[in-house]
Ligand binder design. Sequence first.
Ligand SMILES: Nc1nc2c(ncn2[C@@H]2O[C@H](COP(=O)(O)OP(=O)(O)OP(=O)(O)O)[C@@H](O)[C@H]2O)c(=O)[nH]1
Ligand SMILES: [Mg+2]
Length: 357
Amino acid sequence: MKAALLGLVQSGKSSILSAVSGKALPAHGSIAVDEAIVPVPDERLDWLTEYHKGRKKTVYATIDCLDVPGLNFADEHGRAAAGRLIGQIRTVDMLVLVVRAFEDQTVPAYRNKVDPIRDLVELRTELLLADLGLVTTRIERLEKQAHKPTKVQAQDKAELALHKRLQEAIESEKSISSVIESEAEHEMIKSFGFLTLKPIAVAVNTGEGQLEKKYDLGGCIDESAPVITICAKLAYELAQLDADSRADFMAELGVTESAAGKFVKSCYTALGLISFLTVGSDEIRAWSIKQGTTAHDAAGKVHTDIKRGFIRAETFSFDDLKELGSEKALKAAGKIRLEGKEYVVRDGDVINFRFNI
Ligand SMILES: Nc1nc2c(ncn2[C@@H]2O[C@H](COP(=O)(O)OP(=O)(O)OP(=O)(O)O)[C@@H](O)[C@H]2O)c(=O)[nH]1
Ligand SMILES: [Mg+2]
C-alpha cells in the first residue's frame, strides 16, 4: 500500500514523515518526491514476540509513503511545479492531506495567514481541477472516436457517458469517488489515477499544547475521511529520543497516543485495512490486508506457494490467546479453528497456513 503526503508549502509533511518513519529529514528546499517506509505499530506483535521468546525477527506491517514537496498555487511558477508533482502521485493508493494549523513567526505562512480550512479547500479544489483536466481531454478524444463503427464502439460510448457524468460532478465540486456507482465503472476509469477517487485522510499539523484541539473542517472533505491532529515538531523531537525517554516525556506532556499510531490508524481507516499475524519458526510478523479478504488470498500475501497449495488456515484470535494465556489453554477451550479458503480473515487473527506443494 502506498500513501502520498500532500500539502501546501511548509505545512509539515516532511517532519511528520520523518517522525513516523524514522527517516532523516530531506535536505532543506528539496524539490524531489522522497519515499519512506512507515512501520505499523502493533502491540499484539510485541506481545507475541514476548510470548514466543527466541524467534529471531519481529516484522511489522508497513505502509510506503511519498513525501511530496510542498505545493504552491500562489504564482505561475508554483502552479507549474505543482502540476508536475501531482502527475507523479497518480499511482498511489491514498492521499494524506497535511494542513498547517501551527503559528510560528519563523515559518512564513502560505498566503500570509495560517488557515487550515482555507488550505484544505484550496487543496481539494486543485485536486478536482487536476482530475477535470484529464476528464476533459478524455472526453475530447472519445467524442472523436465514439461515432466510428469499430469493435469497441459500444465500450467507447459507455466510457464517454461515464466521463461526462464525472465532468458534471467535478463542475459541481463533487469528488469522483462520490459518483462512481459500480465495480464496472471503477474498472473503466481506474487506469487514469484520478486523485479525487482515492481515499483521503487529513492530518492537521497543530501547535504544541493544542493536540486536544478539534478542528471542524466544515464539510470541505468527504465525511468518512479520518481527520487526525498531530504536532509535527513535537512528534519529530520525540522520535529523536530513545524509547524510555520518549515514554517519560510523553507522560509528562500528557500525550497518550504516538503520532505514528495516529498516522497509521488514519491510513488503515481510509484504506479499509486490517492486520493478521503469523508466527513462523524464526519470525513473528504482521500483514496488512483489505477488510473482506479471504484466507486463500491472505495466504497469497505470505507466499504464492502457500496460496497454491492451501489446505486449511489454522486460526485463533489474538485476544483469546491474551485472555487465556497460552495456546494449550486455547486448544482446551476449542478456540483454535480450521478455516477453509473462503473464510473472511478478521483483524487480529493469528494464522498458521497448512499447505502442500
Ligand atoms: N512551530 C512548529 N513548527 C513546525 C511544525 N511542523 C513543522 N514546523 C516547521 O515548519 C517548517 C517546515 O516543516 P517541514 O516538515 O519541512 O514542512 P514541509 O511541508 O515538508 O515543507 P515543504 O516540503 O517545503 O513544503 C520547518 O521549519 C519545521 O521545523 C509544528 O508543528 N510547529
Ligand atoms: Mg517537505
